[in-house]
Design a protein around this ligand. Sequence first.
Ligand SMILES: Nc1ncnc2c1ncn2[C@@H]1O[C@H](COP(=O)(O)OP(=O)(O)OP(=O)(O)O)[C@@H](O)[C@H]1O
Length: 314
Amino acid sequence: MEATIEVTGLRKRFGTALALDGMTFTVRPGSVTGFVGPNGAGKSTTMRVILGLDQVDEGTALIGGRPYRSLRTPLGQVGSLLDAAALQPGRTARNHLLWLAHSQGLGARRVDEVVAQAGLEAVVRRKAGGFSLGMRQRLGIAAALLGDPPVLLLDEPFNGLDPEGIVWIRGFLRALAAEGRAVLVSSHLMSELQDTAGQVVVVGRGRVLADTSVADLIAAASGGRVTLRTAERSAAMTALARAGATVAATAPDTVTVSGLAPERVVALLGASAVPFSEVSAHRATLEEAYMELTRDAVEFRAADASVGAGEGAR
Ligand SMILES: Nc1ncnc2c1ncn2[C@@H]1O[C@H](COP(=O)(O)OP(=O)(O)OP(=O)(O)O)[C@@H](O)[C@H]1O
């Protein structure tokens, strides 16, 4: 089966709330695709639609070219982690996995393999009800891997993980994608996807705001700006503004300059005898790029919440 997820023109209303408003993107194999957006942007709803758990008013969601409901052995084609809390608390982790495995014609050997992959050996005979959220996330990931699927969808898998767990999952997801899987990972924090995602689909208000590689997203947000560090900030700002630059003081000793190349900034400061300790091409962080893109979507949601826009219970 082709390892892809194709989402086209999804629209969905919950009462008066428009949860999905033309959501369209494709997830390809080989790198982790981050699915990022503020709370309420439509990430979970999109994942539920892809997995055939929610109906849409319009649009299609295909896994390897087919709707989820037409897949003959779903666990072998797509693995998912939607809600790590969704398990029988009285059952041991191993029995939980055995039960899932048997429902798909898989045996205990495969359970032991995914337990090892997810680093759960030490706790697998304990009752899952006593697991921390981080352990539940690992158990959910083990369950998603049972059928060795070419497509993986993980909703907020970083939730509840400690720093060591976050480092583990980053490497793990990268390795799964490098094996040729399509891996879609949602988060409302761009920083969690640093060093993990190669592609990002940024969403807000139920639609795609950007669908690009991480490198291109950062380059676009960097926008040819120059960062200048100087103890004589106002003299520097005056000299650069006189040469036509747009300048902004961003810290007591820092100025962000737009409209001039770094070499020109150095030459102008030299000519005006303004001392400086650093002139560098500004490189936006992933977080800055994300904040820039989603600012309006966040404002929309905050305003929406304050009038309590009649959304149904979740
Ligand atoms: N079952 C439901 N009933 C009513 N409204 C819903 C339901 N599920 C989602 N919504 C609404 O749809 C919109 C999208 O929600 P969704 O959970 O998909 O967003 P999200 O991006 O996953 O957010 P989060 O990061 O908070 O999980 C929100 O306005 C939400 O309140």
